[in-house]
Design a protein around this ligand. Structure first.
Ligand code: X5A
Ligand code: ZN
Length: 689
């Protein structure tokens, strides 16, 4: 099952016929540039290509008034003067004789994408469209937009597919006020938008783009606005917004479908946005959304006016949709003060409506108003599940990233799982016997033959990941040898020059490892006996008691730490009785894989390995984790623990912050250059004429 890519060349037909410096940005070359880079990278060829068809007038009528549709239909026969006169009736809009055809194709493309994903023909997808849609109203064109592609797609998903909860993520740099107006009183559509705002001084200059606009009536809390009050927002700012605002609400909302108003004018180099986020950031944003809604993510192009930045960013989005691991996110992971102020203001505005934001305060009387009625979506056909899935995933899955995608080394009763012919042969999955014995000598528990051979395999996988030959892996060892194996793997990795290893220990580890606290290892134990911060690199916390608590820990602690640390390798050890349910372990692995650029090595105890392999293999391979089930709010104790951990760790790991240190003080947005852009690309403002 491949990512759907919906397109039609006719959408390059509409163009500006007169001089207008504001509108000339939105030009046909945008689609041509994107498509040619997708082809050059071999990405288009890997997608399920669908040719767009025009939406029907009934479909346009899901959002737009019949009078407005008729008016746009009439533009087909207008001459240039008439087109110009009509265009001037709207804010930042131009009409062309082909506009009606293009705009119907754009809506049609969005609907076909939703149909493909909701019928199971594709797991996810992207519609490459012009004109964009998110600014258009029920009866007005606005901001280059004629019909509201994404809003119509959401209505269609509700009406034709019976969905009850749809999340719209608008990462375009402009506020999609059109979408906001259409769904402002509708609790079945959660609309999230971040946008350049500058305290109301940026287009479209609306009071209702600010954080305190949260929706109306039944829809209160289902409009989420994150206004950026400075330009220059970068990768860390966008990640902080996802980790501390969007994702907590999204998990609590539990959407059945994610629609993305995918504008790339929020990327570096764009003349409209003036932001600093690199194209790689969009792979991360996409991957973070793919843990929701069973991975059913439909992205629909909105803005994006710097042709190189736009094309690179779309390629990153498509790579993520295809399930490719990586890329590594470069650059400072410290959000700027202005971003933190914005994040804090939207969290404060939304806290009355979302239990996952009610931190530190006694939970108020407001119950979660997230609509929970509605049947769960059936499992889509074609997606591998259970043991068969694991079997299918054990082999070589070459990706551009590394020759072997996933390697699995199992022993004992579960070893038979690895006997598929495609799999790395058991003997090969090992470093040399002598080397293994040399490493093992220091540990009593590793002297047995069985433990020794398991160790050899584990070391081979760790080595393979560090030198780029393998993306990720799963290995099993006898329980009694687990701590020693981890110890040796860490020492081996350090001896080979690893600079940053993240060790995530789920459950108690019976043997206190004596590892140097020199900043090369970040040790995070969840499910330990007590809360302890021995250093910024040695953290232990008990298991959270509820799904809400678990999500708080994952989004508010584990992910920010992992992104801040930027590990070269993540070692995850999972005990048999660590207390986390399988879907929790799956979600943690699925999410940790993102900051780690896929490089996760799981160490299981062989007694419980066969069960955990079926949980872990699919998510490490890029599949969506299963739903966590009903959302239960975090206990006051868990909230308190997280608060206390954060307070101690924030000075070192800045992505943990959810509020500005000097809230109220206008902190200046530090701007560290975010690594170098891909070679040959110069993200300076591009002449747009
Ligand atoms: C879709 C989109 C921007 C309109 C800007 C007008 N529209 N100044 O990015
Ligand atoms: Zn835009």
């Amino acid at each position: 099952m491949a990512t759907a890519l919906v397109y039609h060349e006719d959408m390059t037909a509409a163009r500006l016929l007169w001089d207008d410096p504001e509108c000339e940005l939105e030009r046909p070359e945008r689609l041509a540039a994107v498509l040619s880079l997708l082809r050059l990278r071999g990405l288009e060829q890997r997608c399920l290509r669908l040719s767009a068809c025009e939406a029907s007038e009934a479909e346009l009528g899901l959002v737009h008034s019949p009078e407005y549709v008729a008016l746009v239909r009439e533009t087909q026969t207008l001459d240039e003067d008439e087109l110009r006169a009509l265009s001037e009736q709207y804010d930042a809009v131009y009409f062309h004789p082909s506009t009606f055809h293009c705009a119907r194709l754009a809506v049609g493309a969005a609907l076909q994408l939703v149909d493909a994903v909701l019928t199971g023909a594709a797991p996810n997808g992207l519609a490459l469209v012009r004109p964009p849609g998110h600014h258009s109203h029920r009866a007005a064109a606005n901001g280059f937009c004629v019909f509201n592609n994404v809003a119509i797609a959401a209505k269609h998903a509700k009406q034709k597919h019976g969905l009850h909860r749809i999340l719209i993520v608008d990462w375009d740099v402009h506020h999609g006020q059109g979408i906001q107006y259409i769904f402002e009183d509708d609790p079945s559509v959660l609309y999230f938008s971040w946008h350049r705002y500058e305290y109301g001084r940026f287009w479209p200059f609306l009071r209702e783009s600010d954080a305190d606009a949260v929706g109306q009536g039944q829809g209160r809390g289902f409009t989420v606005n994150l206004p950026w009050n400075q330009v220059g927002m970068g990768n860390a700012d966008y990640l902080a917004a996802f980790l501390h605002v969007l994702l907590p609400l999204a998990f609590e909302f539990n959407p059945e479908l994610v629609l993305v108003s995918a504008g790339f004018d929020s990327a570096i180099g764009d003349p409209e946005g003036q932001m600093q986020a690199t194209p790689e950031c969009f792979a991360h944003l996409t991957q973070l959304l793919q843990v929701l809604a069973g991975g059913r993510v439909c992205a629909v192009l909105e803005g994006g006016y710097h042709l190189d930045s736009l094309s690179e960013s779309v390629c990153m989005t498509v790579q993520a949709l295809l399930g490719d691991p990586g890329p590594v996110l470069q650059g400072s992971m410290e959000p700027c003060q202005s971003a933190l102020e914005s994040i804090q203001s939207v969290r404060a505005a939304q806290a009355p409506h979302w239990t996952s934001l009610q931190q530190g305060r006694a939970p108020g009387p407001s119950p979660s108003i997230c609509p929970t009625e509605g049947r769960p979506l059936p499992l889509l056909p074609g997606g591998p599940t259970g043991e068969a899935a694991a079997l299918g995933l054990l082999g070589f899955h070459p990706t551009p990233a590394s020759p072997v995608h996933m390697a699995v080394a199992l022993t004992g009763p579960s070893a038979t799982l690895a006997l598929s012919p495609e799999v790395l042969l058991q003997e090969e999955v090992s470093v040399g016997r002598q080397e293994t014995e040399a490493w093992a000598r220091q540990h009593e528990s590793l002297t047995q033959d069985k433990a020794l051979s398991a160790l050899g395999k584990f070391l081979f996988l760790a080595d393979g990941i560090l030198n780029g030959k393998v993306t990720c892996g799963i290995a099993a060892i006898p329980a009694c040898a687990k701590a020693a194996t981890l110890d040796v793997a860490i020492r081996q990795s350090l001896s080979r020059g690893a600079q940053r290893l993240l060790c995530l220990v789920l459950g108690e580890l019976d043997w206190p490892l004596d590892i140097a606290d020199d900043g090369r290892i970040l040790w995070l134990n969840i499910g330990g006996k007590e809360t302890a911060v021995r250093s910024a690199f040695h953290i232990s916390t008990p298991l959270p008691g509820t799904t809400g608590g678990f999500l708080n820990y994952t989004l508010g602690l584990v992910l920010p730490l992992a992104y801040s640390f930027q590990p070269e390798l993540v070692l995850v050890t999972v005990g048999p009785a660590q207390g986390l349910q399988d879907p929790h372990v799956a979600l943690l692995a699925a999410m940790l894989r993102i900051p780690a650029a896929g490089r996760v090595l799981a160490l299981l105890e062989e007694e419980s390995a066969s069960q955990l392999v079926t949980t872990l293999a699919p998510v490490l391979h890029g599949e969506a984790p299963p739903s966590l089930g009903p959302f239960l709010m975090a206990s006051p104790e868990d909230i308190q623990t997280l608060k206390c951990l954060r307070a101690q760790l924030e000075p070192r790991w800045k992505l943990l912050q959810v509020a500005s240190e000097a809230q109220g003080e206008a902190g200046s947005c530090h701007r560290v250059p975010l690594g170098k852009p891909p070679s040959g690309t110069n993200y300076t403002d591009q002449a747009c004429s």
